[in-house]
Design a protein around this ligand. Structure first.
Ligand code: HEC
Length: 129
């Protein structure tokens, strides 16, 4: 049974699972959403949407130095990095905004399909005549 003891020792000495470390999204909901809105759209307290062209590293720096506005210093280091990455990927960056609000791509694609269908109908109607 010595192998059993060895396994136990290995398991217990392993890196603790950091299930308690909050994700960027959790940090955002807890510390930022009250002013910036659930999806960065802004709120009564601060109506400007959280969008821009800062790089993600710059964003983390701004956050660590100035945010939360009512308690600067409460979100620094790894927390600032995580929340910056979350904001950037979810709604802040140009890519995120285009993904969330595709600029009429859907519309033009539909129109193209409709156009094809219309052509196919026309051609079909000539064939049967
Ligand atoms: C008490 C309200 C409040 C809270 C909470 C808050 N913010 Fe802000 N935030 C503001 C205000 C007001 C500004 C504009 C400040 C300025 O321009 O000096 C701002 C600006 C910012 C900017 C700068 C946007 C830009 O491009 O210049 C970022 C990024 C930001 N906040 C992120 C966060 C993050 C991340 C959190 C949570 C850790 C947070 N904020 C929490 C009120 C808040």
């Amino acid at each position: 049974m010595r192998w059993f003891a060895i396994v136990i020792v290995l398991v217990l000495s392993g890196e603790p699972l950091r299930a308690d470390a909050p994700t960027g999204e959790q940090i955002y909901r807890k510390q930022c959403a009250s002013c910036h809105g659930a999806n960065g759209e802004g709120s009564k307290k601060y109506s400007n949407p959280l969008v821009g062209d800062r790089h993600v590293g710059d964003l983390a720096k701004v956050i660590a130095e100035t945010m939360p506005d009512d308690n600067p210093g409460a979100c620094v280091g790894a927390d600032a990095d995580k929340v910056a990455a979350y904001i950037y990927d979810t709604f802040y960056s140009k890519n995120a905004r285009e993904r969330n609000h595709p600029p009429r791509v859907e519309l033009s694609r539909l129109t193209a399909v409709q156009h094809q269908n219309t052509l196919a109908d026309l051609i079909g109607s000539f064939r049967t005549n």
